[in-house]
Design a protein around this ligand. Structure first.
Ligand code: ATP
Ligand code: MG
Length: 560
């Protein structure tokens, strides 16, 4: 016979704590989120043994009055929700009203708080395993300090799962780093066993915060990402192709101020990088996604680390588009090649040696132009050039390589006056429908700068008198018709000159299925290495596919 009984509150809290508090990092995350929700401008976190022995979080937020404080420890007690509707548009990090109850259920704790603008004395509650056994008035500043000792002292099963202090510390710092990136304006100081391990002064920009956390050199090399459309704003910073990591830990996505784990968004980020990174390398990306609170549901999991979007595809596409924009901008590679260290803002702390710098020590190897694609090995299918460095094998699409090279060459010729033009011995009259003629007129200026010349002919036709030198082998009629097609076609938003340039580059570039001599391949690859954007063609197609030697060794089980 089953005997069903109601569980005592203390046990219910312990069970709930199992979901919310997995390890010290989760307790730290909840406490810092509470401080952020309380409007703190400065938060201090003191840890012992990575948080397993002690977590103390102090903030200068709004604090709690003596009446509120005991309530904060109760389950389902929150100041952040009042009505059903509030749950549909959550604007705070917390909302479940259970984090403090959960943490206190599995630790020895004291909570001290004084409300901003309240009486001079604050109140301190202390206890263990969720039971309050001490209540005293203490003089203190406005704000809140929560101390959590001996986490899991009364849940031995969970205690056994704690890892070494170093491992717990790194999990805790990862959670803190993410929150610090999500809220650059808040000062955050973290110590472990008395030593500073993370120091982030209040920052005016996300980039400044990245500098404080990951180093100024690195921050200076990151690309700026920004896109705002369809009610979704995506902004942040992303690494250029030659700054990579060995894992995905530094792809950080923040949704309305909340760092989230969203597999689909992570995949979206990786998809944007796929053409330019080897399979075992990962980018470093901090993206803040902002959208109406009603379009995202944070009430999916007790840790609040997962969210559900009303329009997930839209958000994923926005992320990919925003990253594509940034990666295809010529500065993507310029930044990687020719960066200058940003001036350190006044008051920014240097990294304490051996602390967070050691955790994020894996920065990119210095970039050298000459070895970008290494040595040319040959050609495959008369279409792909194969080259290799010690670390990677590259497959380069010869047509797109050439297109990129010509595009940039034409660009610089335009900048210094105009591209060389070849006058036709026999000007060629062409019949064009009126719409095509109108289009040609509209594009006259960029076309002329590229080396075309044409007059109006008899009966509304056009007479071509010169073509760009690069295209002198093409039949003028086909050339002009193709130009009209291209200029009138899709992609109409791109600047006129760029589209005309891309057209000429594409027509003049060596085609697929063309055997090349070794010197020609070497020339092409060397020229590509000199371009500003060697990873995408002017139309946005990738140029290079790469395989890392590391992958090959692993697959072939070669251990040396
Ligand atoms: N640092 C703090 N400063 C001011 N008030 C706080 C602080 N920490 C907690 N509180 C108050 O205590 C309440 C309970 O906190 P708790 O973290 O348990 O729940 P919550 O933040 O409302 O929701 P969640 O369980 O999702 O975190 C909060 O709603 C808030 O009013
Ligand atoms: Mg909370």
């Amino acid at each position: 016979m089953t005997r069903i009984r109601r569980l005592p509150d203390a046990l219910v809290n312990k069970i709930a704590a199992g979901e919310v508090v997995e390890r010290p990092a989760s307790a730290v995350k909840e406490l810092v989120e509470n401080a952020l929700d309380a409007g703190a401008t400065s938060i201090t976190v003191e840890l012992r043994d990575g948080g397993a022995a002690l977590v103390r979080v102090s903030d200068d937020g709004v604090g709690m009055s003596a009446e509120e404080l005991p309530l904060s420890l109760e389950r389902h007690a929150t100041s952040k929700l009042a009505t059903d509707e509030d749950l549909d548009a959550i604007a705070t990090l917390g909302f479940r009203g259970e984090a403090l109850a959960a943490i206190c259920a599995v630790s020895r704790f004291t909570v001290t708080s004084r409300a901003r603008g309240g009486p001079d004395d604050g109140l301190r509650l202390g206890g263990e395993g969720g039971a309050v056994i001490q209540r005293i008035g203490v003089p203190c500043d406005a704000g809140t300090t929560i101390e959590v000792r001996d986490l899991f002292f009364n849940t031995p099963a969970r205690l056994k799962f704690l890892k070494s202090p170093a491992t717990e510390l790194s999990a805790t710092l990862r959670a803190l780093t993410q929150l610090a990136l999500a809220h650059p304006e808040v000062q955050l100081r973290v110590t472990n066993n008395g030593r500073p391990v993370l120091t982030a002064p209040a920052a005016a920009t996300l980039k400044e915060r990245i500098g404080a956390l990951w180093g100024w050199d690195l921050a200076g090399r990151l690309l700026t990402v920004g896109r705002d459309e369809h009610g979704v704003r995506v902004h942040g910073h992303a690494s250029p192709p030659d700054v990579t990591r060995g894992g995905r830990d530094d792809v950080i996505v923040i949704v309305n101020g909340r760092p989230v784990r969203d597999p689909a968004l992570l995949q979206a980020v990786l998809a944007a990088y796929r053409p330019i990174l080897a399979r075992d390398r990962f980018p470093l990306v901090v993206l803040a996604v902002e959208l109406a609170p009603a379009d995202v549901d944070a009430n999916v999991h007790p840790t609040k680390a997962w969210v559900r979007f009303r329009h997930p595809r839209l958000v994923q596409e926005m992320v990919v588009a925003a990253l594509h924009d940034a990666l295809q901008r010529p500065t993507a590679v310029a930044a990687a090649v020719d960066w200058t260290t940003e001036a350190r803002p006044p008051g920014a702390a240097a990294l304490a040696p051996g602390t967070q710098s050691a955790l994020f020590a894996e920065t990119a190897a210095p970039y050298t132009k000459a070895v970008r694609f290494g040595r040319v090995l040959g050609q495959v299918q008369d279409t792909f050039i194969v080259a290799t460095t010690d670390d990677e094998v590259f497959f380069l699409d010869q047509h797109v390589v050439h297109e990129r090279v010509l595009f940039e060459r034409l660009e610089s010729e335009l900048a210094s006056g105009g591209a060389p033009s070849q006058a036709l011995l026999f000007p060629e009259p062409i019949d064009l429908p009126p719409a095509a003629r109108a289009l040609l007129e509209r594009w006259r200026a960029p076309l002329e700068r590229l080396g075309f010349a044409f007059d109006s002919g008899a009966a509304g036709g056009v007479v071509v008198t010169a073509v760009p030198t690069l295209l002198k082998g093409d039949e003028p009629r086909r050339l002009l018709e193709a130009a009209v097609d291209e200029l009138g076609g899709a992609n109409a938003a791109a600047p006129a000159v760029d589209r005309a340039l891309a057209f000429v580059a594409c027509r003049a570039a060596v085609k697929a299925d063309t055997p090349l001599a070794r010197e020609e391949m070497e020339r092409l690859v060397a020229d590509l290495a000199q371009t500003r954007t060697p990873y995408f063609c002017p139309h946005g197609r990738p140029i290079v596919s790469r395989v890392s030697m590391h992958d090959i060794r692993r697959e072939l089980k070669r251990t040396w």
